[in-house]
Design a protein around this ligand. Sequence first.
Ligand SMILES: Cc1ncc(C[n+]2csc(CCOP(=O)(O)OP(=O)(O)O)c2C)c(N)n1
Ligand code: SF4
Length: 307
Amino acid sequence: MPTLKQLARRPNPLTGGHSACAGCGFPQAIRLVLMSIEEPVVVAGATGCMEVTTTTYPNTAWNVPFIHNAFENAAATISGVEAAYKALVRRGKINKPIRFVAFGGDGGTYDIGLQALSGAAERGHRFLYVCYDNQAYMNTGIQRSGATPFGASTTTTPAGEVVPGKQQRRKDMAAIMAAHNIPYVAQTTIAHWQDLTRKVQRAMQVDGPAYLNVLAPCRLGWGTDPAMTIHLCELAADTCAWPLFEVDHGKWKVTYTPKTKLPIEEYLKPQERFRHVFQDSTGGLLAAIQKDVDEQWQALLARAGQT
Ligand SMILES: Cc1ncc(C[n+]2csc(CCOP(=O)(O)OP(=O)(O)O)c2C)c(N)n1
Ligand code: SF4
């Protein structure tokens, strides 16, 4: 595995000067993922904050080949590129390894791009799909997505007298991908760079589709201090709200267990999208969120045989 120094010396795949907000999580996700791959890469990206802020025509922040496609079909696009590459290798026109990566936000992955991703996974293309998960449709104004956690306030699930934030659980996207029986599925955050780097390298070794869920906070949609982005990811893992794990050829494994599992309020308190949770004098909502997190953590430990 590369050291931090070695990583820092690798060419930067995404320049500064893009227009993502200060403290946005996805630029770090892109940099860490692509700097972990030694071969040349071709990237496809779904519509969303990532694409809008890094490809403002006639400029681009990408230092690697980047294909923008429609919101819903990053996985279809990259599987077409991978198929063309294989055909050219067969004809002897390319003789070097090239890797294929697709990035999408959670809206473009959990919801609108799910069919394209499912099809590409089922066809067995050799590519890595990375969801930079900021837990809502941020680019169009913070609407709830299938990735928005229970209790979070968004513009379509505004906490108020009618509902106390989103009433459904986050979709278990990693389990959905694992159910496709692809060689590798994992979940990590931008704060756990060693874990992320190792998982991307493992994804490059396997001969088939790989999927990575990366927690990438949105300072606007979460209502957080831009300086807290990385610490929020640590709190997400330490409270088990966002567990780190992998599914390698069907075998589930938790890759980070907090020394002390922190109460969920430590993660929620710095976030405006959960402000109403602390205005509820009964404490019922906080208890419900804690219960939900605990149940999902136990279910993950059971899947991994680590109870
Ligand atoms: C088929 C389709 N539906 C809706 C849109 C409008 N749209 C553009 S970006 C976006 C939100 C993207 O959300 P997400 O994928 O979570 O990425 P984020 O902006 O949060 O980074 C939407 C709804 C679109 N471009 N295409
Ligand atoms: S709105 Fe959120 S996801 Fe979009 S650039 Fe700003 S911090 Fe990043």
